[in-house]
Design a protein around this ligand. Structure first.
Ligand code: UD1
Ligand code: MG
Length: 459
């Protein structure tokens, strides 16, 4: 169910498209459904239907293994009405698991247990006891005990004062046989406080028909937490990151503060990886053995080899082309690696150095205030402070080739296309427009002149 408006988000973006850990909420739910091995999934859309459907196109949802169909619910007359739109496309012989597009972190194991409880013939509800159950539908049992048979679900707005004290709530998630669901949905009415067709009313029909209603009661609220407001989204984001941090720490990763750690994608770590505070990892990131990441780094779509050190405040984003940092390389502080940056072993890239679509061979160094774009940099090259490749003529990009052991002095402009021959030296302050021969000193700047005894103007 993903048709609701999400009024409390106060956003132009449909609620189920708000990101959690870098992916839309609805993608988390579809991922869970896919992991269950469902035959098919039906997404009920309504509010912002076009945007939601576009965002859930097969090529946009990673790892989707089922046929996904969309049905539109317009207008939105309640959760029962939402499911009514979906059932015509479902074969009678199956089981249905109802999930909410705004409840992203339900565990696959939990749902497997719920399905086992349904066993193809019963109505299984996912429930939990909350210290503060307000806002949720309450599980009404026939008697006092926590194991007494479930009789019905009563919504907050329809509950009596006595029922409001019930702490066991309905999560919004159920599993049941399709054939029974279809029959019960046909009997729903909207005679209630919200004038809506409540899916939860099918519980009374099940009881009346003598079908067993079973509750799978869990204790982890994160698994059923829904997102209705920016505050709840932020709380759930923390819950997600906390769980991920714990998993990584169990594998031996040393995260200085799990409360200041964010992964918005996948993070693979080798042995003895250390991550300082406030780092954000996006897309696919791999950290080799002994990698150390300093505080306040943002690292996206990158592979960082064993022993490399990324100093604080470094920004790495490989986007589609990726970034590779070689073994034992040192990057930052305040470095920026852009798509296609490939740093070999023991390369040093220091503060305020930007590297884009460039290869730096083993041992090359650009330690201060430099730009390397569309460059091929040989082994042991030293690229001086303030030097840049002028790779763009306003229309096209051109390559700069700097062969092994070249020393580029400070504040040089290398106007591409250009090749600097191996072992050559470029004098500081040069603007180089022509290829330089190997082993030579090339200088291209005004000669220094001195006027002896010159007097400065006086006031
Ligand atoms: C629902 C349950 C409540 C439960 C709670 C758990 C009902 C009547 N109540 O209440 O018992 O405790 O979830 O979070 O089911 N939706 C549609 N079409 C609609 C209405 C809703 O697709 O016409 C979707 C929403 O987008 C959302 C989901 O259904 O993904 C739940 O809807 P919501 O309005 O949040 O239901 P609650 O009032 O929270
Ligand atoms: Mg809700």
């Amino acid at each position: 169910m993903a048709a609701g408006k999400g009024t409390r988000m106060k956003s132009k973006l449909p609620k189920v498209l708000h990101p959690l850990a870098g992916r839309p909420l609805i993608h988390h739910v579809l991922g869970t459904a896919s992991a269950l091995g469902a035959r098919s999934a039906v997404l009920v859309t309504g509010h912002g239907a076009e945007a939601v459907e576009a965002a859930c196109a097969p090529d946009r949802v990673a790892g989707n293994r089922f046929a996904l169909r969309f049905v539109r619910q317009e207008p939105q007359l309640g959760t029962g009405h939402a499911v009514q739109q979906a059932v015509p496309v479902l074969p009678d012989d199956g089981m249905v698991v109802v999930l909410s597009g705004d409840v992203p972190l339900t565990g696959v194991q939990t749902l497997h247990r719920l399905i086992a409880l349904c066993a193809g013939s019963k109505l299984a509800l996912l429930t939990l006891a909350l210290p503060d159950p307000s806002g949720y539908g309450r599980i009404v049992r026939a008697g006092q005990g926590s194991e007494a048979p479930v009789q019905r679900i009563v919504e907050q707005k329809d509950a009596s004062t006595e029922q409001l004290l019930i702490r066991e709530i309905y999560s919004g998630i159920m599993a049941l046989p399709t054939r029974l669901l279809k029959g019960w949905l046909a009997r729903l009415d909207n005679h209630n406080a919200q004038k809506e067709y409540y899916l939860t009313d099918i519980v009374k029909f099940a009881v009346a028909d003598g079908v067993a209603v079973l509750a799978h009661k869990i204790t982890d609220p994160v698994q059923v937490a829904g997102v209705n407001s920016p505050l709840q989204l932020a709380e759930l984001e923390r819950g997600f990151q906390q769980r991920l941090a714990v998993q990584l720490m169990e594998q031996g990763v040393r995260i200085v503060d799990p409360a200041r750690f964010d992964v918005r994608g996948s993070l693979q770590c080798g042995q003895d990886v250390a991550i300082d505070v406030n780092c954000v990892f996006e897309g696919a990131v791999t950290l080799g053995d002994d990698v150390a990441i300093g505080a306040n780094c943002v690292i996206a779509n990158a592979t960082i080899a064993a022993g490399a050190v990324i100093h604080p405040f470094t920004h790495i984003d490989g986007e589609k082309a990726g970034v590779t940092v070689g073994e034992g390389a040192m990057v930052g502080p305040f470095a920026r690696l852009r798509p296609g940056a490939v740093l070999g072993a023991q390369v040093h890239v220091g503060n305020f150095v930007e590297v884009k679509n460039s290869t730096l061979a083993k041992g090359a160094k650009a330690n201060h205030l430099a730009y390397l774009g569309d460059a091929t940099v040989g082994e042991r090259v030293n690229f001086g402070a303030g030097s840049i490749t002028a790779n763009y003529d306003g229309a096209h990009k051109h390559r700069t080739v700097i062969e092994a052991d070249v020393h580029v002095g400070s504040n040089c402009v290398l106007i591409a296309p250009l090749t600097l021959g191996a072992g050559g030296t470029v004098g500081g302050g040069s603007t180089i427009t022509k290829d330089t021969p190997p082993g030579a000193l090339s200088v291209a700047r005004g000669r220094q002149s001195t006027i002896a005894g010159w007097k400065r103007p006086a006031k």
